[in-house]
Design a protein around this ligand. Sequence first.
Ligand code: HEM
Length: 623
Amino acid sequence: MQIIDIHNHFFPHSWPDLAQRFGTPNWPWIKHTEAGKAEIMVGDRFFRHIYSACWDPEVRLQEMDRDGIDLQIISATPVLFAYERPPEHALGCAQLFNDAALELCSRGKGRLRSLCQVPLQDIDAACNELSRCMRAGHLGVQIGNHVGEKNLDDPGIVTFLHHCADEGAAVLVHPWDMMSRERMPNYMMPWTVGMPAETQMSVVALILSGAFDRLPAALRICFAHGGGSFAFLLGRLENAWHHHPVARGSCEFPPSHYLNRFYVDSAVFEERTLRFLVQTMGTDRVLLGSDYPFPLGEERIGSLIRGSSLAQQVKTALLGGNANRFLGLTSEPHNDLNIPASVAAKANSAAVAEPEQLTYSSYLKVPELLELQHPQSSPPHHDELLFIIVHQTYELWFKELLHDLDAVVANLRAASANPESRDGVYEAARLLRRCTEITRVLVEQFTILETMLPTHFLAFRDKLEPASGFQSEQFRELEFLCGLKDEKMLRYHRPTPEAHALLLHRLEEPSLHDVFFAALKAIGKLPATASTNDREQFEARARAILSLYKDEHHFRDWIDVCERLTEFDELVVSWRLRHIQLVERIIGIRMGTGGSTGASYLKLTLDKKFFPELWEARTLLTG
Ligand code: HEM
């Protein structure tokens, strides 16, 4: 896998005097101060110190080797955009630097590629220059995040983005010409405050205007500097979208729906922020971008990602895999020869990729999955990973159980609605068989955790408090769904209002137990009784079961459902028992982190049954 840096800049060693060429003042020019060093001037104003990596491919390649970078996608610097100037001047400037970029790439031994720039104040001219550049070998375009008062949702700019998608051009959005400069005269605030806000504004404009609804999914667009403040403030945006009609704009879906429509680069300079960005945007949406070789760029390109504790697969995606997709590259040819621009152009266009393909990893979200284990112990205790993974696998199986048991409920409802048809009954029995097999695995799985010594668990146990199995929302959901409803257990979910609301819903809706006996009523096996006496009702239900077993010839399918439910009940008790044995083996009779008396409390749950009538019926049976 190639390591690709998609955000870095160049300046040619020299270029014609633009003020003279266009007859207007204050164009950028380069002042060489000493060997390998220069200043960028705008008119007679100092703009930035730069060094030879900007124009000398040898220096650049050496530093890429030093940092383990295979490929850099160079782009000019926003100070050259010239969006505020007459379009023909901006076009002339763009052409000059676009050709200079290709010339630099042609001396880059196949390890440099480029993004062009366009006169975005004139959409036709911008589209034409983009097409010319794509034919000449650029991989896409770098655009400023606004053109004067126009944000990226401007209809003309959206048309241009459409054209980029048609041309297969990758688009890098770079903040520039920062807002409110008069209020940010000091401390480089235009860079540290203005740029992130500018970028956020661009993303928000594209989302809320509905532009992403209209633009083709083939558009590959990336926002520099981690997307500015967008990810951090997504919650605020989402909240406004849901609660204030005026904040909704014209997009069809809430803002978070559009996260898979764009990329952001990794230029955030801090691991916590990088992790947050990856969590928010997804592991497939963040690309290595360094802002090299400018003073605020990453000093050792890629060191933030490489040195982070992200999973290796995630690092691989961020360092190159995602960039391959963003740039539309297939496997990159590595050319050690000096190649002329025209040949480089051909090589570039040959590398334009087929559409994105589903892979094992992208389908199963393997990188995301492997990113979800975060030990609390520091340094991480060896066994904490096992502890986390075992719990996570339980939760995944709980999810599947809920999925299947909900389907069992739906099938039993169908059986009630149409007592003549046996389809629902067969299907319910089939799915229940799956549930029992899963639960069998869940009982077995405790043995893996028992390979952990009690001393090893105690070494990190205090880091887990006050987290406790009591807070397993899905376990409680399973109990409520099957019919064991204990409202008191809701208190453990107060800190998580969504879980609390879901459990409340489960508490109120008819359970599997209710639906099963309603079905027996529907097929005439359980007479509607006027009795309000719980015991009498219970006995009536047990007798209904009994009557099924006594008429095996006619009710084989229903008996199958009863047997599966009994087995499920039995296996859940086995799960409770094995859990208690594990608890005793690991922490003896210590209290639980959830505040219970531990094993002695858990033993009280052993008598719990989902379908006690199925067991009672056994007592009532006679030979
Ligand atoms: C070292 C391993 C484990 C220990 C020491 C342990 C300990 C405990 C304790 C003491 C409780 C009682 C509640 C409390 O006071 O916190 C409990 C409850 C619970 N644990 Fe575990 N547990 C372990 C592993 C697991 C695993 C692997 C699961 C799998 C999901 C699990 C799921 C649960 C559930 C769902 C409850 C609530 C049970 C109920 O309310 O009936 N535990 N655990």
